[in-house]
Design a protein around this ligand. Structure first.
Ligand code: PMP
Length: 432
């Protein structure tokens, strides 16, 4: 993984590796050291967005302080430097995902835009009447709605793949639903509401037997365990920078090079053309053909710094730590009377979505916030997954590499207080 020297626009040699401890990670992340409502912050909303290490913040500052320029045009030094940094970012994403070449990576605003790109470009050209798109019930709305829209236009069908009672994807039902009609299977590499990690490699191999393509939504996966798109044999893979310690507004699509070559542009304008005339316009080669307009250049500097920060740690050690923290949290939460945890026990990430009898999820989040603990409440953009449990909302604590057992203990102490006495630790206000 290369590190950008954004000021000089030059990639640097790979950074030194660091031994992983959650404390080492925490020390790098300034916001984790603030207080909220008078208590030290416990950030358990990592599924929504992760906090940023100073290395990422500094990369953004350095870009704007010393290196800001548009890219791919302008014959001056800073344009060349910014272009080099941007393309180094592309190469770093390719390496991070195990992709065969930087040209197989398209920068997008995030997962949502990447999926819409595939739906609008590949889907429009390849779906038609009688075709099926298989979509597991646990998908995020970003991996349901774009398929519903393009299916409606092309008269294809979106076919839900059911879940087992524990929130895993029903593999027997999946095998039964696959057929010669299946053109595409989409699946999350990790669910943002149930934590489920489906057997994506096996699902992909099965889909390929029917000559179907497979899109994997990696939004909740990439921060938690190493990903190799070549090993998965995925045709498309998407992720969002902000869920992997990078800024918002930047993300990436990996597409198998042979497929990307066949895809028509989606958005059009500057940057994506080779030549324009009123008689004939030709398009730039991939991946630039899919990057119309000025991209999030500083976002790429931040993404590069984030990937470099994360991969400097031993990824296997990070994954092991998160797995043991998740198991610890599952056991600790089981002490809270009546608390129901959704999702499978194993084969999961540290997304802990739960309900408490007699407590609305919004109330739980509000009470925890009073104790400085940030969790999310609502439908988590995965209404069909919650409906599988007969719910329309739930509370969710989601873990990251910088969370600790002490933080889980604080969550559980507050929930116990709420479950037992009906209020959390928040000091009573004079009016109450
Ligand atoms: N897919 C999954 C599994 C997600 O968790 C999210 C974000 N919650 C998305 C897609 C959409 O990501 P973004 O909003 O960054 O485009």
């Amino acid at each position: 993984m290369t590190t950008p020297d954004v000021a000089a626009g030059q990639p640097q040699p790979p950074g030194a590796t660091r031994g992983f401890t959650p404390e080492a990670a925490r020390r790098d992340v300034p916001v984790l050291h603030r207080t909220v409502n008078g208590r030290p912050l416990v950030w358990l909303d990592n599924g929504a967005t992760t906090q940023k290490p100073r290395q990422v913040i500094e990369a953004l500052t350095a870009f704007y302080a010393a290196a800001n320029s548009n890219i791919h045009r302008g014959a001056h030094t800073m344009a060349r430097e910014a272009t080099q940094m941007y393309e180094a970012g592309r190469a770093a994403v390719a390496e991070f995902l195990g992709a065969p070449a930087p040209e197989s990576i398209v920068f997008t605003r995030g997962t949502t835009e990447a999926i819409n790109l595939v739906a609008q470009s590949w889907g429009r050209a390849n779906l038609g009447p009688g075709d099926d798109v298989l979509v597991p019930v646990l998908e995020h709305h970003a991996n349901i709605v774009p398929w519903q829209r393009i299916a409606k236009e092309t008269r294809a069908r979106v076919v839900p793949v059911p879940l087992r009672p524990d929130g895993s994807v029903d593999q027997d039902a999946y095998a039964d639903l696959l057929s010669a009609r299946t053109r595409l299977v989409v699946v999350s590499h990790a669910s943002n509401v149930l934590g489920t990690v489906p057997p994506v490699r096996e699902m992909t191999a099965l889909a390929h037997r029917y000559r179907a393509k497979v899109l994997v939504d990696g939004a909740q996966a990439v921060a938690h365990f190493p990903v190799d798109v070549t090993d998965l044999d995925a045709d498309f893979y998407t992720f969002s920078g902000h869920k992997i310690y990078a800024p918002t507004g930047i993300g990436a699509l990996y597409a198998r090079p042979e497929i990307l070559q066949t895809m028509a542009p989606w958005q059009s304008g500057g940057n994506m053309i080779e030549s324009v005339s009123f008689d004939r316009t030709t398009y730039a080669p991939v991946p630039h053909r899919f990057e119309a307009g000025t991209g999030h250049i500083s976002g790429v500097a931040g993404l590069l710094a984030a990937l470099n920060w994360l991969t400097a740690f031993d990824r296997a050690a990070v994954a092991d730590y998160e797995t043991s923290l998740t198991a610890y949290a599952q056991q600790a939460l089981a002490q809270v009377p009546g608390l129901e945890l959704l999702g499978p026990v194993a084969e999961r990430i540290g997304v802990l979505t739960f309900t408490l009898p007699g407590r609305a999820p919004a109330e739980i989040a509000d009470r925890l916030d009073g104790d400085g603990i940030a969790v999310r409440a609502g439908h988590h953009c995965a209404q069909p997954a919650l409906a599988h449990y007969g719910l329309d909302a739930a509370a969710r604590a989601s873990l990251a590499l910088y969370n600790t057992r002490e933080e889980v203990d604080r969550l559980v102490a507050s929930l116990l207080q709420l479950a037992v006495t009906g209020c959390a630790h928040r000091p009573a206000s004079p009016a109450s």
